[in-house]
Every structure is written in structure tokens, then in C-alpha cells.
Design a protein around this ligand. Structure first.
Ligand code: ATP
Ligand code: LTN
Length: 330
């Protein structure tokens, strides 16, 4: 049986090289071996205040970037979360099978509610909507970055709970998370203790997939480094250089040890210069394809086809769960 893969990306700003290396690159890989569904999770983005026009445009741009990064809409299914009402409906049904205590323990909620002035109820129940996204499609595998590990554990817990209470209803999904040295957690360019985040207020902390070459050069030039001169992978003592090494390695395809040997202790200058060019080369084809996908109607048609397919896939699982809960058939 072909495996089902599901993942989602929020249209909460520009996509970063962290999103690409931690998640989207693996989407591209998995489409050749699994039945893949990739979703632009606009309902998740609404959990923090959004400018409506920016949210609208970012939703289409994330879908375009999926395709521009190499997801083939003939192979994988791409759609917008809010286009399929079953997500919000299943989310409510699962909320009634989730506990306040387990949601309160989510570290992303703790971080985001400490940072944001407005803490919506949606921000609190966010991980249940994510569980609904995944469980609706009887998903086997969920490719995500390391920051989503706890949310995936919760999705598994909810699935196991529902199955034991009501009988087999949902497949229990497996995480697909790369180790840090393979992009699972790309760090901020200004603070290597924090993950690179597209919702950061400081654009110097991330490389956006649509950053033009001179912006990439500037951001890499100003990226913080560690003391010393040696280009060496050491997550504990050289967090900044280790992060740049991971980006270099994943963008160039060269193993980290080879890059360490190449630069040795000759200082960080040449290493950073070369890194900027390697990132630019990686982004160039993505940016070119993105331009083509901006023609009116192109992405809309792909999203319409995606929606049609997933609506049909979601319906039997939702109907089955409704029935098991005792809701009268419609
Ligand atoms: P924000 O940074 O605004 O909190 P996000 O980028 O974490 O948002 P998503 O857009 O939904 O949120 O993330 C899409 C995917 O990219 C997820 O699988 C997430 O784990 C992964 N991801 C996000 N940031 C990184 C990072 N710095 N390193 C590796 N993977 C990441
Ligand atoms: N919470 C995720 C985005 C997300 C997701 C999903 C990922 C929403 N639904 C389902 C995988 C599967 C995030 O912020 N990165």
C-alpha cells in the first residue's frame, strides 16, 4: 500500500530557507514515494492577528512556492485548508476529545502567548486543528521541522484516545523530522539560540525564499558568528557557525566534514562569501518558477483541483466519526 503523507505550512509571511530545508525539501522528496497532500493552513494563520489583504496574497504565494520548490501538482495534491470545511468541523469534534491540561502544556502556545499581546482562543486550540488536518486523511507520515514534534505527539495521543473510546477511527501518524544536522531546526541568523522564524520582526534573522541576491549577500555578511576562526560543526560551542554549515551543506549537497576541511581555520570571511553565492544559486530556479506561477489563474486552478480531490478523501472519515459520536446522519 502506498503511504499517505500530509503536511501544512502557514501563510503567515514569507517562507524562509528554514521552512525549505526543514520541511518543503522533504515534501519534494516524498512525492516520489507516497501519496502526498500539502496544505496551505490559512486557518492556523488566523490564530494571531493578520492583515486580510496580506493573508490573502500570502496564501496564494505559499501555494506558488510549493510548486516553485518542486512539488509537482500532477503527483501531489495542493490545497487551501479553509476551502475544505471538514477541517474546521473535525477540529471541533476533536476539541471535545482533548483536554485543557494537555493543550496548556504546549510549548508553542506558551511562547506565542507570552510574546503576543492578543491571545486568542484559537491560539490555544491550534494544535487540535493541526491534529484534525492530519487525522482527516488517515495519514501515515507527517514531514515537519523539529518545532512541530510536540504537536505531532498530541495528534497521536488524540488518535489513540479516540480509537480506544470509539473503535478504530483514525490512523496514528508517524513524524518525519530530520535531525538538526539535516535541517530539522535552522536557527536565526542574528540569534543562533532561536529558530529561524518567518514571523520574526527582524528580516535580518532569516533568508526568505524570494530574497534577491544582494539581500542574501547582505544578510549572510551580517549573520552573527562565534569567537575563533575555525569553520567547525559544534552545536554547543559554535552554534552560529554550525547553523551556517548546515545551510551550506544542504544547499550545496556537500557533506559537512568536507566543508570543514575546505575552510579549516582560515577565518569566516571566505566561507560566508561562498555561502551567500550557494544560497543564491539554490534560490534562483525557485524564484524564476515563482514568477511564472504568478500569471492569473494558474495557481487558482491547481488549488481547485486539489480541493476537489481532498474533499472526497476527507468525507468518509468525518462521516464515520460523526456516526460513532452519535450525531444524527444528514
Ligand atoms: P513561524 O516561524 O512564524 O512560527 P513557522 O515557519 O514555524 O512559523 P510554518 O509555516 O507552518 O510555521 O512551518 C512550516 C514548516 O516549516 C513546519 O514543518 C515547520 O516545522 C518548518 N520550519 C519552520 N521553521 C523552521 C526552521 N527554522 N527550521 C526547520 N524547519 C522549520
Ligand atoms: N503547525 C504547523 C503547521 C501545520 C501542520 C499541519 C503541519 C498545520 N497543520 C498538519 C503538519 C501537518 C506549523 O506551524 N509549522
Amino acid at each position: 500500500m502506498v503511504k499517505r503523507v500530509f503536511s501544512g505550512v502557514q501563510p503567515s509571511g514569507v517562507l524562509t530557507i528554514g521552512n525549505y530545508l526543514g520541511a518543503i525539501r522533504n515534501f519534494v522528496k516524498l512525492q516520489h514515494e507516497a501519496d502526498c497532500i500539502f496544505c496551505v493552513v490559512d486557518l492556523h494563520a488566523l490564530t494571531v492577528p493578520q492583515d486580510p489583504k496580506e493573508l490573502h496574497d500570502a496564501t496564494l504565494d505559499v501555494a506558488r512556492l510549493f510548486v516553485a520548490c518542486g512539488i509537482d501538482p500532477e503527483r501531489a495534491t495542493i490545497f487551501v485548508q479553509s476551502h475544505v470545511a471538514a477541517h474546521a468541523e473535525l477540529s471541533w469534534l476533536l476539541e471535545c476529545n482533548s483536554y485543557f491540561g494537555e493543550l496548556r502544556r504546549m510549548t508553542q502556545f506558551k511562547d506565542k502567548s507570552a510574546k503576543n499581546e492578543v491571545v486568542t482562543a484559537g491560539l490555544f486550540t491550534y494544535p487540535v486543528l493541526m491534529a484534525a488536518d492530519i487525522l482527516l486523511y488517515q495519514t501515515d507520515q507527517v514531514p515537519v521541522g523539529e518545532d512541530q514534534k510536540q504537536h505531532l505527539e498530541l495528534a497521536r495521543d488524540i488518535a489513540i484516545r479516540v480509537n480506544s473510546r470509539f473503535g478504530q477511527t483514525f490512523k496514528v501518524p508517524e513524524p518525519y523530522i530530520p535531525p538538526r544536522s539535516a535541517g530539522g531546526r535552522i536557527m536565526s541568523l542574528v540569534n543562533p539560540e532561536e529558530k529561524m522564524s518567518k514571523s520574526s520582526d527582524d528580516p535580518k534573522s532569516y533568508i526568505a525564499l524570494l530574497d534577491p541576491p544582494d539581500v542574501v549577500r547582505k544578510k549572510i555578511r551580517s549573520a552573527v558568528t562565534d569567537s575563533g576562526r575555525e569553520v567547525k560543526y559544534d552545536e554547543v560551542n559554535k552554534a552560529a557557525i554550525s547553523n551556517l554549515l548546515v545551510i551550506y551543506s544542504l544547499c550545496s549537497g556537500q557533506p559537512i566534514e568536507e566543508i570543514e576541511k575546505k575552510y579549516g581555520d582560515s577565518g569566516y570571511g571566505q566561507f560566508k562569501k561562498d555561502l551567500a553565492e550557494i544560497i543564491i544559486e539554490t534560490l534562483e530556479p525557485i524564484q524564476k518558477r515563482f514568477e511564472e506561477l504568478c500569471k492569473p489563474g494558474v495557481i487558482e486552478e491547481i488549488l481547485q483541483r486539489g480541493r476537489d480531490r481532498v474533499e472526497a478523501l476527507a468525507a468518509p472519515t468525518l462521516e464515520d466519526f460523526r456516526r460513532k459520536l452519535g450525531l444524527v446522519q444528514r
